[in-house]
Design a protein around this ligand. Structure first.
Ligand code: ATP
Length: 452
């Protein structure tokens, strides 16, 4: 993305977030470039970065990814030149070292968030299994399932649970060597060790931990040598009966470009799905966050019905929910008014609008038919000629990606087809996207048009 495109994107944000938000929070951000899947923005202070990340992070990411489809995360960094010496950055993402780093730098103690404990984790139907498994692992003792593999969508509490396990294990046994890091950090440390010719240090350090936690493991998919090293580390630890805990945004066999031997290793323990939140869980989380934050906003009063309104109207992603609540409280304390539903509606227009945007199967079918210049009846109908069959498979794929519909439901909406036909179609498109650039481009174009 060029600086010019960043400028246009800021203008666009000004229109959706309003002039005040723009001037205060968006204008001071500088675009520092992209590092793989991460777009790096420079913020004036740590607080600034985390506020923007919580409140406007999703809006910024959505726009950046229309220009840079490969970008999946936005990271806020503070300008080190203007920061006093020794002040840590808001993110513990590694920065390239100039000279070989000390051994302890190769595997740093993972950055654990002190708010991510079992006490602050609200349990409901969608996450009760994951919570129970995490509790079991946190008790320590004999390893019963290895690894524990937690998977689920963005912002549903996987990292929170992993940190909670680490805190609990450390509290029970301070001697225990618990290492938490993201898969991205694992790769970075590995590359750094290779570059500094310190692979022996790297290997012996990783093999000496008692509990290893790797977050967002999907990141290493397609990165061959990192996968190889991860596999060896994994095996060495399992052989020593050391506990491993992994998280990812999807189940092991759904992670593309992950070697089969790793997939089967990851499946060999307990695989638990953290489901999207339901209304009750969202309500519970809002109430718990409210109690917790009360001390920061002692004067803020909340009308009855506000939490129910938010739990109904805001998406399943807990990070978004938290951000909305923080923004609402900051606003209420600023204007000194009680939070009521109309204030929530006004203050969170963009968040609510984003949550409301639901793409329907009808919309997808119409767009795909239009794109390929075929009739809707041919897209849905029984004819199996390639001119219709391929767009049909693409439409099925997009339905699976962009709606919450199940395979059988999608099948029904495509002329009563069996769910295995849909499954096959989706798989076929996934494969084709890797080998056929035209198909990959068509799918991306359609996705962008539908998400607009
Ligand atoms: N059940 C819950 N109770 C309390 N807070 C929660 C719960 N689930 C998620 N959160 C909060 O939501 C935010 C996002 O959670 P977390 O970072 O653990 O998500 P994640 O699943 O790891 O997402 P990602 O894949 O984006 O990293 C955190 O602030 C976390 O504390």
């Amino acid at each position: 993305m060029t600086q010019e495109q960043w400028g246009a994107l800021q203008d666009d944000l000004a229109r959706t977030l309003g002039e005040n938000n723009y001037k205060t929070w968006i204008k001071p951000l500088k675009f520092n470039g992209c590092e793989g899947e991460v777009a790096v923005l420079q913020a004036p202070t740590n607080f600034f970065g985390s506020y923007v990340s919580q409140n406007f992070g999703d809006a910024i990411l959505a726009r950046i990814s229309t220009v840079e489809p490969g970008v999946r995360r936005v990271q806020f960094r503070v300008d080190t030149a203007s920061r006093p010496a020794n002040q840590p950055t808001s993110h513990s993402q590694p920065r390239p070292a100039k000279a070989p780093s000390p051994v302890s730098d190769i595997v740093p103690d993972g950055p654990l968030d002190e708010n991510f404990t079992f006490n602050t984790f609200v349990v409901g139907k969608p996450n009760e299994l994951a919570h129970a498994a995490a509790r079991r692992v946190a008790e320590g003792g004999a390893v019963t399932f290895n690894p524990l593999f937690l998977h689920g969508g963005v912002g549903l509490g996987k990292t929170h649970l992993m940190h909670a396990i680490a805190w609990e294990l450390r509290a029970r046994n301070p001697e225990l060597n618990v290492l938490y890091l993201s898969a991205e950090q694992f790769m970075y440390r590995f590359v750094q060790a290779l570059r500094d010719r310190r692979m022996m240090d790297f290997k012996s350090l990783f093999r000496s931990v008692d509990v290893l936690m790797v977050d967002d493991v999907q990141f290493i998919a397609g990165k061959d040598s990192t996968q190889e090293e991860f596999f060896h580390t994994f095996n060495a630890l399992v052989d020593q009966n050391k506990q491993i805990i992994i998280s990812a945004d999807r189940a092991p066999n759904d992670i593309k470009s992950l070697e089969n031997r790793i997939v089967s290793r990851l499946q060999s323990g307990l695989v638990v799905d953290v489901h999207p939140t339901d209304y009750e869980l969202r309500l519970g989380i809002l109430q718990s966050k409210f109690e917790k934050n009360r001390k920061h906003y002692p004067d803020v009063e909340v009308d009855e019905g506000v939490f129910a309104f938010l739990a109904h109207r805001i998406s399943t992603n807990v990070r978004v929910l938290e951000g909305a609540l923080n923004r609402l409280f900051a606003f209420a304390s600023l204007v000194g008014k009680t939070v009521d539903i109309s204030m929530a509606q006004e203050c969170l227009t963009d968040v609510i609008r984003a949550s409301e945007r639901k793409i329907s199967i009808d919309e997808i079918q119409r767009k795909v038919a239009e794109h390929y210049h075929i009739r809707l009846s041919d897209l849905i109908g029984p004819k199996r000629v390639r001119n219709f069959a391929r767009p049909r498979q693409i439409a099925m794929y997009l339905c699976k990606q962009l709606t919450a519909r199940s395979f059988p439901e999608i099948g029904r909406r495509f002329g009563g087809r069996d769910h295995t036909t849909v499954l096959h179609g989706v798989k076929r498109v996934e494969d084709l996207m890797l080998s056929d650039a035209q198909i990959a481009e068509d799918v991306e174009l359609l996705r962008c048009a539908l998400e607009e």
